[in-house]
Design a protein around this ligand. Structure first.
Ligand code: NAG
Ligand code: NAG
Ligand code: NAG
Ligand code: NAG
Ligand code: NAG
Length: 458
């Protein structure tokens, strides 16, 4: 929980945008988890698993045994990420000496032999970590003999290892026996978003966050890498974007940093989903390519102007210009490099908050408009010039809801193929999610899903 509190420290994030909401929601999950922690399906003095398990039985009389000092978690088959997880949890259960808020009440008159082994048996080691992967597991800890964890995938096994680690308490470590757990998440996407453009976070900050996510059985690290404020991602094909657009040489992510974060995610069962927000939120691109960015480096809300005539919804102006062919030369290099660096099958392309004033500030867009064009057509040109390329690289594209639902600048659903596009909502609570899903899209609500994801089984 200490890790979670560090993660929700709001002092480091100034603007109340969608990037801040997950922090507040995590805090809410933490607060709401407290009563759940003491209301126990196994009864008073029973045991608790977080997030709430689906099936857990602890036979009567309630017994526990010590972990043997040589206790070993043994994967029955070798796989890099599974072996990494088993060694990590093996060390954790022997050294953490956790004291739960509600101590399990155990019948002390019956003793059983120390637990020597937890076998981990995975049915299909080859199933990749992707949306909808089977994360179920079964954990059995008998009164004597080896404990067994079985799962269809190594990702489900990792959820079961987390559960096992939560069951161990005390010094020397003890674990309930006569125990059966079967569990599976209700929601396939359980994520948090981190913005590394407004504020730079070190690789260690990011890996610590991913570790905390895995302790809460969250499975998607949505990395909002770039925005108007800085471009911290070093790309081999476009080195000037970070070279000139980051906050500085020590506030960039190299391809090696990305690889470390992606591998850390795999070791923890957490997907790393990259977002390169475009065409809005791209002011930082202007440091390298001023000619492809409209309204860059301007004051976001010109003095005396109406809100409708602002250039951005918060400081940090700049939109890519969809009418400039150079835009696509740069952007295709960016997309290509990002897809190469991130194995994740989803590519988040942003497309939120097109602010009319920013595009209208540009002469080429002004003349397009005076010839009868609309800003929605400008956006459609952008989507048509980028979406097919992303699809050709075998990625599902995620956009923010705005691309379809924005009141002023949006595209028709006919240009967003439903089989390959996911829309993520951040406005109007459940109602925009309902609009998206009823239009036939897979929706992903940044707030409601996350709130629900705190309650794995409720
Ligand atoms: C989980 O519990 C439900 C309700 O008691 C039961 O119907 C179901 O068979 C259980 N499933 C497993 C896999 O334990
Ligand atoms: C502990 O378990 C034993 C054996 O089942 C039983 O006889 C005894 O009453 C239990 N003690 C308590 C305090 O529940
Ligand atoms: C654990 O699995 C082994 C076979 O892999 C089996 O022999 C044993 O009975 C299982 N133990 C429990 C408690 O399910
Ligand atoms: C495309 O992506 C899917 C899902 O990640 C994967 O199963 C498939 O192998 C990929 N196809 C190619 C040609 O890379
Ligand atoms: C975008 O592509 C669709 C086909 O997917 C086409 O019908 C439409 O005319 C294109 N729009 C523009 C502005 O080029």
């Amino acid at each position: 929980m200490q890790q979670i509190q560090q993660m929700v420290n709001p002092a480091r994030n100034y603007w109340f945008t969608h990037t801040m909401i997950p922090r507040l929601v995590l805090l809410a999950i933490y607060i709401f988890s407290l009563p759940i922690w003491s209301v126990d399906s196994a009864g008073k003095g029973g045991i608790n698993v977080w997030p709430k398990h689906r099936n857990l039985t602890w036979s009567q009389p309630r017994l526990a045994t010590q972990l043997s000092p040589t206790f070993t978690i043994t994967p029955l088959s070798e796989s890099k990420h599974l072996v990494s997880a088993t060694s990590r949890y093996n060390l954790l259960v022997l050294t953490e000496h956790h004291h739960p808020l509600v101590t399990p009440i155990v019948n002390q008159s019956v003793t059983s032999p120390p637990l020597q082994t937890l076998n981990v048996d995975v049915v299909d080691l080859g199933i990749p970590l992707q949306h909808g992967v089977d994360e179920s597991y079964t954990l059995t800890i008998p009164i004597s003999g080896a404990a067994n964890l079985t799962a269809q995938t190594i990702w489900g096994a990792m959820r079961g290892l987390e559960t096992f680690s939560q069951l161990v308490w005390d010094n020397p470590p003890r674990v309930p026996v006569g125990l059966y757990v079967w569990d599976s998440p209700l929601f396939a996407h359980r994520g948090i978003l981190l913005d590394t453009s407004r504020n730079y976070y070190s690789v260690e900050d990011i890996t610590r966050t991913i570790a905390a996510m895995s302790a809460n059985k969250l499975n998607v690290f949505h990395w909002h890498i770039t925005d108007s404020h800085s471009f911290p991602l070093m790309l081999p094909s476009e080195p000037d974007l970070a070279g000139k657009g980051s906050y500085g040489p020590n506030m960039q992510y190299s391809p090696e940093d990305v690889s470390k974060i992606v591998e850390f995610g795999l070791d923890h069962g957490v997907r790393v989903l990259p977002e390169i927000d475009a065409p809005g939120h791209t002011g930082s691109w202007a440091a390298a390519y001023p000619e492809i960015v409209t309204c860059a480096n301007m004051f976001w809300w010109p003095a005396g102007s109406e809100w409708a005539d602002r250039l951005a919804s918060e400081p940090g102006t700049g939109h890519l210009n969809p009418l400039n062919l150079k835009t696509y030369q740069v952007l295709k290099n960016v997309i290509h490099d990002v897809v190469t660096m991130f194995p994740e099958p989803f590519y988040h392309s942003g497309a939120d908050e097109i602010i009319p004033g920013c595009w209208k500030a540009d002469p080429s867009i002004q003349s397009f408009l005076s010839n009868g064009g609309t800003l929605s057509q400008v956006l459609e040109i952008f989507v048509n010039s980028t979406l097919p390329y992303i699809l050709s690289l075998n990625r599902t594209v995620v956009y923010w809801e705005d691309v379809l639902l924005d009141d002023n600048v949006n595209v028709q659903s006919t240009v967003l193929p439903k089989a390959h596009v996911i829309l993520q909502t951040w406005n109007n609570g459940l109602s925009n999610t309902k609009r998206i899903v009823s239009s036939g899209y897979q929706g992903n609500c940044i707030i409601c899903r996350l709130l629900l994801s705190g309650l794995w089984a409720r």
